[in-house]
Design a protein around this ligand. Structure first.
Ligand code: ZN
Length: 419
């Protein structure tokens, strides 16, 4: 995952344009995703697919002809969606178009102006302060033209038509945690699921944030009723602990499954309620859709100083954090896959477990590999055709995996039957 982030890092992504196309082409080597193009001007609810933005070069040259700010060195130097500029100007004229972070004087901020025509450069505050009066040669070699919005989609069919939506955004340039970590974890998850038998159908979306989910929803209203669970994956590579943001519904199965996985991990975690800000959960959880879509992340956006700056770089995202995020995401999917409701076939008093090989025959410690007693008893007691395995895990305060393993063993010997 970190190697993939490293390959994607230099590309200049935005909400449209060739940087997104190139990024999706790189992902296509790992998963056979479909690359879709939606033309500029397409109406998507209250919004319109914008003009396509592309950029080949940009710089500010000083009086000696030296590139003191150079897009080719770091694409964050140019405000995303900057209109073309090519002329000489004084520092006073240039100054309103320069952005820096006085509180982090060595970092370059990430700036955008998608829906208002503007142009600008970002630079470190230290560099801004060192700029002298005089004439500067300013160039942004960009284009804003009728083109399309590009997104990637990969559907892995399951035995059921019911779908799990995994959505991640692809519109940030050289930023690693906010953007590339979600892309890398989603891609690894898609690869892992491709090799497994699946109850659910999985739909992976790689989209520009907000306008991308609006566009996808506008063009796929017929698919929406099939979505039973969904997850927005963002910010999964920093060293912070995990955070889960609930769906608007708040108590959906995805919400409960995510919290169960985080609890079972034994690691610290936080749960936050839904709020109508953040990433694409804003659109999936808009009242007209109200989909059960939560968001899994590590440190929430805006709560780490590196957020939307050049310090969100290849050193900021850690392979171990990516791996941990991947395993937790996969565990969450395993809970969804295994969360079934069973009916006890011997409900009048407890059945005899010993003859069925389900009970330890000698007292004392239950070693690994042996079936544990309490999950068996809980699964038998609460499998009344009403309680799901997730209900049983929550009520028993036992790990979901133990309850699921017990239920699957009980089903194998005929004591439980799936409802
Ligand atoms: Zn962002």
């Amino acid at each position: 995952m970190h190697a993939q982030i490293k390959e994607l890092y230099p590309l200049c992504r935005s909400i449209t344009g060739n940087g997104v196309r190139q990024s999706l082409q790189i992902l296509k080597r790992s998963i056979p995703l479909e690359i879709r193009e939606v033309p500029t001007g397409t109406q998507v609810f209250d919004w319109t697919v914008p003009k396509e933005w592309n950029i080949t070069d940009a710089y500010i040259k000083n009086a000696h002809g030296e590139r003191i700010v150079d897009f080719k060195r770091l694409n964050l130097h140019v405000m995303s969606y900057s209109i073309p500029v090519k002329r000489k100007m004084s520092l006073a004229e240039l100054r309103p178009h320069l952005f820096s972070l006085p509180e982090q004087p060595d970092w370059v901020p990430h700036k955008t102006s998608y829906y208002k025509e503007n142009w600008g450069f970002s630079l470190s505050h230290r560099q801004l302060q060192s700029m002298e009066e005089g004439e500067y040669d300013v160039c942004i070699d960009s284009s804003l033209t009728d083109g399309s919005l590009t997104y990637g989609e990969y559907v892995l069919p399951g035995t059921s038509q019911d779908e799990v939506l995994i959505s991640t955004h692809t519109c940030h340039p050289s930023l690693c945690n906010d953007n590339l970590s979600g892309i890398a974890v989603s891609t690894a998850l898609a690869q892992a699921l491709a090799d497994r038998s699946r109850r659910y159908t999985y739909r992976f979306l790689f989209i520009p944030t907000q306008i991308g989910s609006m566009t996808w929803l506008a063009l796929h209203e017929h698919v929406v009723p099939k979505i039973k669970h969904g997850l927005v994956l963002v910010g999964l590579g920093d060293s912070g602990s995990m955070t889960y943001k609930r769906s608007r519904q708040g108590q959906a199965e995805i919400d409960r499954a995510a919290i169960q996985v985080l609890k079972d991990s034994g690691h610290p975690y936080k749960v936050v309620d839904f709020f109508p800000f953040g990433y694409d959960e804003r659109q999936y959880c808009s009242p007209g859709f109200d989909l059960p879509v939560g968001s899994l992340m590590r440190t929430p956006h805006g709560q780490f100083p590196e957020y939307h700056t050049s310090a969100d770089n290849l050193e900021f995202v850690k392979p171990a954090a990516l791996e941990d995020s991947f395993h937790k995401s996969l565990s969450l999917i395993e809970v969804l896959e295994r969360n079934k409701t069973y009916v006890n076939q011997n409900p009048k008093c407890e059945p005899r477990l010993g003859p069925r090989g389900l009970y330890r025959t000698t007292g004392g410690h239950t070693g690994s590999g042996q079936i544990k007693e309490m999950p068996i008893l809980w699964a038998l007691n609460l499998s009344d055709g009403v309680h799901s395995l997730l209900d049983i895990a929550e009520r028993s305060n036992l790990p979901f995996a133990e309850i699921a393993q017990a239920a699957e063993s009980l089903e194998a010997c005929g004591l439980l039957r799936e409802k």
